[in-house]
Design a binder for this molecule. Structure first.
Ligand SMILES: Nc1ncnc2c1ncn2[C@@H]1O[C@H](COP(=O)(O)OP(=O)(O)OP(=O)(O)O)[C@@H](O)[C@H]1O
Ligand SMILES: [Mg+2]
Length: 249
C-alpha cells in the first residue's frame, strides 16, 4: 500500500508516526520505503546517521525540482529504505506554483518506477497543504490523518478534507482517507474532550488505537533509533504495534 501521513497542523505526530510505522513494518521483514517530504527533514535525520553529508541532489529535492529519479538510502533497520528530504524543499512551493508541467505528479512519476520493489510506501508530509503535500496525495492510495489534542484540530481537519477532495477531483480519483489517528493522548480534560469531539464528528473513521503521550518515543528519536529498537516495551511502542495490526499491513 502507498500511504501518506498528514495533518495540516504542525507538531501533531506525523513524523513520529511515519518513522514508527515504517520501522515497525521493517522489523516485521516487510520491504518499506519511507519518503520524507518535509523540508525540516526530521525523519531523515533520525534514520540516516550521515544525513548532513547528503547533498541535495541525493534527496527528494532533486525529484521535485529537477524531475530526477528518487535516490534511495538504506537505513540501519532491515527492510527499511528512505528517500530523504532537504532543507531547500521549503523553496519548492514557489517554483511549483509557477511551473506549467504536471507539477502535482513529479513524485508520483518517479515513485512508479520503483514502487514494485516495496511492500509498502509511507510518505511523511509537511505541516501545510502545499504542492509538496499535493505531490504526496497524488502518489498514494490512502491517507492517515494524525490528530493531537487541541482546540483548533477539528477546523484543520475540515481544511484537510477539502484538499483531499480537490486532489481526488483533479489528480487522483483513487485517493481515500483511511482514518484519523489520535496521538499524544494523556489523562487531561483537554485530551479527553478532543478525542470525544473527534469521535462524535467522525465516528468509525477514527482508528480504535490511541497513541499515548510518552517521552520514550522522543528519546528514541533523539538517539537516532526507532522506538521498537530503543524501548520495545514502552507504552507508545505497544500502541503503534497495535496500530500496525489495525491497519492490517
Ligand atoms: N506519542 C508521543 N508522545 C510524546 N511525544 C511525542 C509523541 N509523538 C510525537 N512526540 C513528540 O512531539 C514532537 C512533534 O512530533 P512530530 O515531529 O512527530 O510531529 P509532526 O506532526 O511531524 O511535526 P511537524 O508538523 O513539525 O512536521 C516531537 O518532539 C516528538 O518527539
Ligand atoms: Mg514532521
Amino acid at each position: 500500500m502507498r500511504l501518506a501521513i498528514a495533518s495540516q497542523k504542525g507538531g501533531t505526530g506525523k513524523t513520529t508516526t511515519s518513522i514508527t510505522l515504517a520501522a515497525g513494518l521493517g522489523h516485521q521483514e516487510k520491504r518499506i520505503l519511507l519518503i520524507d517530504m518535509d523540508s525540516q527533514a526530521n525523519a531523515s535525520k533520525v534514520l540516516l546517521p550521515n544525513y548532513h553529508q547528503i547533498p541535495k541532489e541525493q534527496t527528494v529535492f532533486a525529484t521535485i525540482l529537477q524531475r530526477e529519479p528518487l535516490t534511495i538510502h538504506a537505513t540501519a533497520i532491515p527492510g527499511l529504505d528512505i528517500a530523504p528530504a532537504h532543507i531547500l524543499l521549503s523553496n519548492t512551493d514557489i517554483e511549483l506554483t509557477i511551473a506549467k508541467d504536471h507539477r502535482e505528479a513529479r513524485l508520483k512519476n518517479q515513485l512508479e518506477a520503483i514502487q514494485d520493489e516495496y511492500d509498502h510506501v509511507i510518505i511523511d508530509c509537511p505541516p501545510a497543504l502545499s504542492w509538496l503535500t499535493v505531490n504526496a496525495f497524488t502518489s498514494v492510495e490512502r491517507v492517515v490523518v494524525v490528530v493531537a489534542p487541541g482546540y483548533f484540530e477539528l477546523d484543520s481537519i475540515v481544511q484537510l478534507n477539502k484538499s483531499l477532495e480537490e486532489v481526488r477531483e483533479y489528480y487522483n480519483p483513487a485517493l481515500q482517507l483511511l482514518g484519523f489517528l489520535f496521538t499524544m493522548s494523556d489523562p487531561t480534560i483537554n485530551s479527553r474532550t478532543s478525542l470525544k469531539l473527534l469521535r462524535q464528528t467522525y465516528g468509525d473513521q477514527v482508528f480504535k488505537t490511541i497513541i499515548p503521550r510518552n517521552t520514550d518515543v522522543r528519546d528514541a528519536h533523539f538517539n537516532k533509533l526507532d522506538v521498537f529498537s530503543a524501548s520495545p516495551k514502552a507504552k507508545v511502542a505497544v500502541a503503534y504495534h497495535k496500530f500496525i495490526k489495525e491497519l492490517g499491513l
